[in-house]
Design a protein around this ligand. Structure first.
Ligand code: MTE
Length: 412
């Protein structure tokens, strides 16, 4: 670590927190925050944004700026590792444009030797590790919650705000240890990034935090590669945090500052958003810290093929999907029902490719002509399954839908 610059110690205070001070920044003039509409005239713009960010033309664009897009469900069934052009993209602000040679990471707070790390130092002075991990947005499968009650102002993510990649980078633990991280109980590691989120109140740059105990786990990376390619700008290039087993929101992209502190990040996306409010709460008046902070993932599964309302030929049908047990636990079984849960058959589970990745599954069934109602549920190695209905999970921001998977189709 000879070349690392040790910076004078800074003292973390609750008011300084990790809230960005970028409220004065304005968006580039050609970028708008309007959501995509279904007007034909918008289609060109939608294809342009997919092309601009290296995405497949059939990505479902939920917003152009900030760019938000998910692949059609069937594309995710193509393989256990998601191709870069199909990986979902979830953003709260326009992408920063930081060249590797400009990028700097500061590490401070409850550390003995605050430091500043360049891209060269991160990639050459720390050992590199690879982790195959699934990222899933807390809003994945919100569309099913929207069928229960409206959720104003939130995108109707369907089945595609989830993807899996092989990430390569330095262990966050190694960087924290190089800074002489303190070992007191209950510390948190806050990440800050330069992208400014117009939806935040007040407007601020993106940030988030994880407990120090998780930050020191071997699977948590400061990644500069995704599927053996340099980390694309749309996914946080040149460097992002990857926090396997936690909601995607904690894997902060374009990360430029890390602060070890006694409390969770005060950033809007940690203190206010990405929290599970009770059904009768009003998100507009919720106070910071209200609701359950989402972090570790719950057991979940989904059906990717056939797609919603797809017409398929009667006869043998291969149903495909994924299951994920959450923070390092394992999926033990996936059951599929063709009669709304009265009877079940066991699906074939693919071998686990990583402790931190989904397991894909499939089952071939005989389908008579007529409407099809397909249900899937997973079990983990503690013998637990997940809730049956989205109605029992509905919450005002539409997060954390891990109800049994359900797809209707028809066979002809
Ligand atoms: N990091 C920054 N800096 N800005 C963001 O808007 N979005 C978060 C997280 N990290 C976000 C971020 C959310 S909500 C998710 S789900 C994941 O990034 C999505 O990562 P991806 O776009 O690479 O799929």
């Amino acid at each position: 670590m000879s070349g690392l610059v040790y910076r004078p110690a800074t003292v973390w205070t609750a008011t300084a927190g990790s809230v960005g001070d970028e409220s004065s920044k304005t968006l580039p003039p050609d970028e708008e925050t309007a959501p995509v509409t279904k007007l034909t005239g918008e289609l060109d713009a939608v294809s342009r944004s997919n092309q601009m960010w290296g995405k497949r033309p059939d990505m479902i664009v939920r917003g152009r700026v900030p760019f938000n897009a998910e692949p059609p469900a069937a594309v995710l069934a193509d393989g256990e590792i998601t191709a870069l052009d199909a990986f979902y993209s979830r953003n709260h602000g326009p992408f920063p444009d930081v060249a590797p040679e400009q990028w700097r990471l500061t590490v401070d707070g409850a550390v003995d030797m605050p430091l500043e790390v360049t891209y060269d130092q991160l990639t050459s002075e720390f050992s590199a590790h690879s982790v195959v991990a699934t990222l899933v947005c807390a809003g994945n499968r919100r569309a099913e919650l929207l069928n229960v009650h409206p959720i104003p102002g939130k995108d109707p993510w369907a089945h595609g705000a989830i993807s899996t990649a092989e990430w390569r980078g330095a262990r966050l633990a190694d960087v924290l240890r190089a800074a002489g991280v303190h070992s007191a109980e209950g510390l948190h590691v806050a990440f800050a990034a330069p992208d400014v989120a117009p939806e935040a109140v007040p407007v601020q740059s993106y940030g988030s935090s994880i407990p120090l105990s998780k930050a020191l786990s071997a699977e948590v990376l400061l990644a500069w590669q995704m599927n053996s390619e340099p980390l694309p700008r749309a996914h946080g290039g040149p460097v992002r945090a990857v926090v396997p087993g936690y909601i995607g929101a904690r894997s902060v992209k374009w990360v430029t500052a890390i602060t070890v502190q006694p409390v969770p990040s005060q950033n809007y996306f940690q203190a206010l958003d990405y929290r599970l409010l009770p059904p009768d709460a009003d998100p507009a008046t919720a106070a910071p810290g209200e609701g359950i902070s989402l972090s570790s993932l719950p057991l979940n599964c989904d059906i990717l093929v056939p797609g919603d309302d797809q017409e398929i030929p009667a006869g043998p049908l291969t149903i495909r999907g994924w299951a994920l047990a959450g923070d390092g636990r394992t999926v033990a079984r996936v059951d599929v029902s063709l009669d709304d849960g009265r009877t079940w058959q066991q699906a074939d589970l693919q071998p686990a490719i990583s402790r931190w990745a989904w397991r894909q599954w499939s089952i071939t069934v005989e389908t008579p002509p007529g409407p099809l109602s397909l249900t899937a549920r997973a079990w983990d190695d503690t013998g637990v399954t997940h809730p049956e209905s989205p109605a029992s999970l509905w919450n005002p921001r539409g997060y954390g839908n891990n109800a049994w998977a359900h797809v209707t189709a028809s066979a002809r």
